[in-house]
Design a protein around this ligand. Structure first.
Ligand code: CP
Length: 312
């Protein structure tokens, strides 16, 4: 594996899950693997879990993590070729990626979508530019269209908590006040398609994810019907894909309640807005596994870094 930028970089998700569980039992077993190796974490957007868990993962492997908030702290980066750079951008990604590659053995990047320019977002301009101009492996810490570290985490968590050979997993849209990216929902969908689970998506009309992501996964517009016999309910808001980046519905009836959840486990990537996405009674109950889920971020990142280090 050259980079970890998509859930499709995982060759066999079941073996990755087992390997991540083994790392969780003995997190320092490979402490010498990353000795004298540097992980650069570049953030174009805010983060709590990704930032800390990926640093923790690097430390568990003996790596030295260095972090930069690119937006604000670095020079404004130019991504277009042939631009006359007489505007707000002061440094081209060609130089920036080449320079950072001399300081780091692996570069991890977080860069969210515009949600105004679908073609630009789907081209993964920032992530692809790092892949093109950096000379070291790239890790996706959430890009315009995907969050593969989160999706691997989610797969590990479902495997840990599942009491059935083939659990029913529901991805449910829930209301939010802002327009949010599709990345988490996209990568979660791709991960579930690789696992032996009964997987359905439920969202209001107008909120279907890209058909290139959902493929033949059933999409049910009736949340109650979708939740029937669910073992895991994974909740996330996303903006419209059809009416790209728009909030076309804030229906509070799609908020997750204890009554709707039944016996299912509640999952969310966090951060979550209480009593908008999900009521307190769910988050404050044993049905919620969001804290255990967030803990697995470390082992998902550690596994991805370990595989890249082994290939250096
Ligand atoms: N789930 C997740 O990516 O969290 P952060 O945005 O806090 O990193």
């Amino acid at each position: 594996m050259k980079h970890y930028t998509s859930i499709n970089d995982i060759d066999n998700i079941d073996s990755w899950i087992e390997e991540a569980k083994a790392l969780k039992l003995m997190p320092l077993k490979h402490i010498d693997l990353g000795k004298n190796k540097t992980l650069g974490l570049l953030f174009f957007n805010s983060s709590l879990r990704t930032r800390l868990s990926t640093q923790k993962a690097a430390l568990n492997l003996g790596m030295n993590p260095i972090v930069m908030n690119v937006s604000g702290d670095a020079w404004g980066l130019e991504f277009e070729d042939g631009t006359v750079m007489n505007g707000n951008t002061a440094e081209h990604i060609k130089e920036a990626a080449a320079v950072v590659s001399q300081y780091c053995d692996i570069i991890a990047v977080r860069a969210f979508p515009t949600l105004t320019d679908k073609a630009k977002d789907e081209s993964e301009q920032v992530l692809e530019a790092f892949k093109k101009y950096a000379s070291v492996p790239i890790v996706n810490m959430e890009s315009a269209t995907g969050h593969p570290l989160q999706a691997l985490t989610d797969a590990i968590t479902i495997s840990e908590f599942s009491k059935k050979k083939k659990p029913k997993v529901v991805l449910s849209w829930a209301p939010h006040i802002k327009a949010l990216p599709h990345a988490v929902a996209n990568s979660f969908t791709q991960a579930m398609q690789k696992m032996d689970v009964d997987f359905v998506i439920t969202n209001p009309e107008g909120y279907n994810l890209s058909p290139e992501i959902t493929k033949d996964t059933p999409i049910i517009h009736n949340q109650e019907e979708a939740f029937k016999d669910a073992d895991f309910v994974y909740v996330k808001n996303w903006s419209s894909y059809e009416d790209y980046g728009k909030v076309v519905n804030k229906d509070p009836n799609w908020m997750i309640t204890k009554e709707k959840l039944g016996d299912a486990k509640f999952m969310h990537c966090l951060p979550v807005r209480r009593n908008v996405i999900v009521e307190d009674a769910v988050l404050d109950s044993d049905s919620s596994i969001v804290i255990q889920q967030a803990n697995n971020r470390t082992y998902a990142a550690q596994l991805a870094l370990k595989k890249l280090l082994e290939n250096l």
